[in-house]
Write a protein that binds this ligand. Sequence first.
Ligand SMILES: Nc1ncnc2c1ncn2[C@@H]1O[C@H](COP(=O)(O)OP(=O)(O)OP(=O)(O)O)[C@@H](O)[C@H]1O
Length: 280
Amino acid sequence: MSETCTHDCSSCGENCPSRNQPQSFLEPQNALSHVKKVIGVVSGKGGVGKSLVTSMLAATMRRRDAETAILDADITGPSIPKCFGLKERAVSDENGLYPVLTKTGIKVMSVNLLLEEETSPVVWRGPVIAGAIKQFWTDVVWGEVDYMFVDMPPGTGDAPLTVFQSLPLSGILIVTSPQELVSMIVSKAVEMAKMMDVPVLGLVENMSYVQCPDCGKQIPLFGESHIDEVAAKYALKVLGRLPVDPQLATLCDRGAIELFDGAYLDAAADLIETLPAGDA
Ligand SMILES: Nc1ncnc2c1ncn2[C@@H]1O[C@H](COP(=O)(O)OP(=O)(O)OP(=O)(O)O)[C@@H](O)[C@H]1O
């Protein structure tokens, strides 16, 4: 016998559809957007290079001629516009808010593209931050996008939860660095992704080593990496290792990250290409 949900869980029966079907919090995208794959880039804490990896991944997909976008969900610490040297403000019309294009044509939306002064702090409470993240998905006219990378807020709090619940993530990449408590950080991210039913695509280790400019030897600046053991423990792939490279920091500072040299993230890009397109 079918029953109508009264939304009073204390009185309704076992067969109530709300009890049988988990509630979806997915938000609809803008009517003028067609985003095929959404990849979250997460880290356990700030400063490990999550934004750098997000920017380099997007640049890698763009070099492969894909329509690429970055949704900067790190509302209180937005660094994406700076890495790409974006200075202009985003504009809007009756259809919604338009992303700003980088030099090679990556579409970017970030809170820093909306502030009058990019140095102004964003002092917002959790629900306002969550609202901004959702609006970057629902109100932005993304158009045709093959790959959208979401620079996730660090950790497992309210803001990353909003991304997991509201956006149709195809998978997440976990960025770590050797000086962190890698096992614990990966374990938390893996558990969170499992709870939210989102696949973990693999790990990227940033600041893995320094390469000697004379002999090419790789020196583990922060001690021996444990990324392979951790990856094996959670049956994950290591999809990239980035050196500490002053050139990368300089490119970020100059807003020219699209010019980076090297194929550090090709394995991650290859895997992302094989993901099925979502029904977003
Ligand atoms: N492999 C690297 N080599 C040189 N500089 C790096 C490297 N990785 C990151 N950096 C520099 O470290 C700083 C922090 O990086 P980034 O902003 O990507 O970190 P994050 O994890 O996104 O931090 P937050 O969450 O606080 O924004 C930046 O100035 C960046 O240029």
